[in-house]
Design a protein around this ligand. Structure first.
Ligand code: SAH
Length: 519
């Protein structure tokens, strides 16, 4: 509870922050800085909710709504009043608005109200959707050879209004490039106003919906053809209209929609903790990713085995890590026991792959061995080549895992000890949601990065039989990170479309890109 005392000692402040056009990467550093410190965030329909991840967990989040044309969640008056009230309560308030707050965003009105009420404020500009939409559609809004002027207009005016605030006779030919916000509903009137006031009907036009997001959709035409094209493509708000010769440059400059995975929707079934690297890579190539975690990691219920082995760690010759998770949980426990890397002195360390090896370096361990093939088989082969007879080998790993590594090593005369350090538990996911997404045919590809992601995914889907499973997965491509995961896929009666030669996230990402460029 806010006390009278703190209310007086710390005045509130309202920061009007531009969220940018949609891609969360397009907020300013200043905007992000403020979000990270906000106590109250009031955000709009067009301010991407993805930015809310920066907001402290205990902050108060208020959705202000304002979806063009539909019912407003809060009226502008209510929003203005809300900002004043929070400010007066001494809060650090971020008012997050789509694009730039002062471009067709009613930011001016919100600030006027704050000023009148004596509440302190600041404004942080944002990347406005006009420049973003043009840029992401491959159109430079100015260009020395085409135009030296650009005008931003609203297309939201009531078309029956007698005295327009827009001077169409002057604007129609007065600026080389026109960018029109909120104009989709009135597109026929806008086109009419331009052509009847002298703009050439052959002037190129681009209409860009959801610019800078994976859902971006652009339609290109001329003043003569654009109305019909927009109707055929079913373009709805939010979209921008770019009019002018510069639109022609898209033929050369279009870059965003040309990225190899643009328009592909890919489901990532990895644990929430690990999905980010794969998601980031795929999104960088233009895909839209849906994270659907099927497994969750947690520590084992008892560390008795590991603790016992750590007591006699100096008797070990080898320490083997078969996953990044094994490294993380092993060191977590080591540190919990008041030990660190120095206690592993004299023990050789092997990692199943490069990523695991890289992570070990973060803990101060330079690995002695990484096999050429990044699997348990590859690792045991490399160790066998070095000779393991009579060697003591410790394998911290998942509670449930394949026994191939310890068994092969034992078969070759080693004392191989398995110490479980973490466990995979299936996520009690939302079956209905998963089924609905698949039924709607939204997903182009599903990625599996371990056998347990496959089995947990199928358990969650819970199809009655093979036929029902095939129905859910109709038209969905499947990517498996390596042969073991791939075998689990095929053992379950599914077909693999993508499997990289090297079993890493990076190689898998690359294989997916190659798959779609072949298609
Ligand atoms: N202040 C905002 C504009 C708000 S007006 C800005 O600076 O961008 C709302 C209009 O902005 C929408 O009707 C649409 O024309 C445009 N708009 C906002 N985000 C958009 C996006 N991602 N793609 C296309 N148009 C967008």
């Amino acid at each position: 509870m806010m006390t009278e005392q703190t209310k007086k000692t710390r005045p509130g402040k309202v920061y009007l922050v531009g969220a940018g056009p949609g891609d969360p990467g397009l907020i300013t550093l200043r905007g992000k800085y403020l979000l990270e410190r906000a106590e109250v965030v009031v955000y709009d329909y067009l301010a991407t909710p993805k930015l809310l991840k920066y907001v402290p967990k205990d902050a108060h989040l208020i959705y202000a709504g304002k979806k063009g044309g539909t019912k407003h969640t809060h009226t502008q008056e209510e929003i203005n009043q809300m900002l004043v009230d929070w400010g007066r309560q001494g809060k650090m308030v971020v008012r997050l608005k789509g694009g730039d707050p002062f471009i067709f965003g009613r930011g001016g009105e919100e600030i006027e109200q704050l000023a009148a009420a004596g509440v302190a404020f600041e404004v942080v500009p944002g990347v406005t959707s006009a420049t973003a939409a043009a840029t992401y559609a491959g159109i430079p809004i100015t260009h020395r050879e085409y135009t030296a002027s650009v005008a931003f207009l609203t297309g939201h005016e009531d078309p029956t209004k007698k005295d327009s605030n827009i001077d169409w006779p002057k604007l129609a030919t007065g600026a080389g490039t026109l960018v029109i916000y909120m104009g989709i509903k009135n597109l026929p009137t806008i086109v009419h106003n331009l052509v009847s006031n002298g703009r050439d009907p052959q002037t190129p036009v681009a209409v860009v919906r959801w610019a800078s997001t994976p859902e971006q959709h652009s339609v290109i035409g001329t003043l003569e053809t654009i109305v019909e094209k927009v109707r055929v493509e079913g373009i709805k708000p939010p979209a921008l209209i770019v009019v002018g010769e510069v639109v022609k440059l898209r033929d050369t400059i279009d870059w965003f929609e040309k990225r190899p995975l643009f328009g592909k929707k890919i489901m990532v079934t990895r644990t929430r903790e690990q999905a980010s690297e794969l998601v980031a890579g795929l999104e960088e190539d233009g895909a839209s990713c849906l994270e659907f975690s099927t497994i969750h990691l947690k520590p084992v219920d008892s560390y008795e085995i590991l603790d016992g082995e750590l007591e006699r760690i100096d008797e070990y010759h080898w320490l083997l890590f078969t996953s990044i998770n094994a490294v993380k949980y092993f060191f977590h426990r080591l540190h919990e026991r008041g030990m660190d890397s120095r206690d592993l002195k004299g023990v050789s360390v092997a990692a199943v792959g490069r990523a695991t090896g890289d992570l070990l370096l973060n803990y101060g361990i330079r690995v002695d061995l990484i096999p050429e093939t990044f699997t348990a088989e590859g690792l045991s082969e490399s160790l066998l080549d070095l000779g393991v007879e009579g060697r003591n080998i410790l394998i911290p790993r998942a509670l449930k895992a394949r026994e191939i590594l310890p068994e092969t090593l034992r078969g070759a005369g080693a004392q191989a000890m398995v110490a479980p350090v973490y466990q995979n538990v299936p996520v009690q996911g939302d079956r209905e949601k998963l089924r609905r997404i698949l039924e709607e045919g939204e997903i182009d590809m599903i990625t599996f990065t371990s056998s347990s992601t496959v089995t947990n995914f199928l358990a969650l889907l819970d199809a009655n039989d093979q036929e029902e499973m095939n129905m859910f997965l109709q038209g969905v491509k499947i990517a498996a990170i390596g042969p073991i995961t791939g075998k689990t896929v095929t053992d379950n009666g599914l077909k693999i479309d993508v499997q990289p030669d090297e079993y890493t996230i990076e190689a898998m990402n690359q294989a997916i890109v190659e798959f779609y460029s072949r298609e």
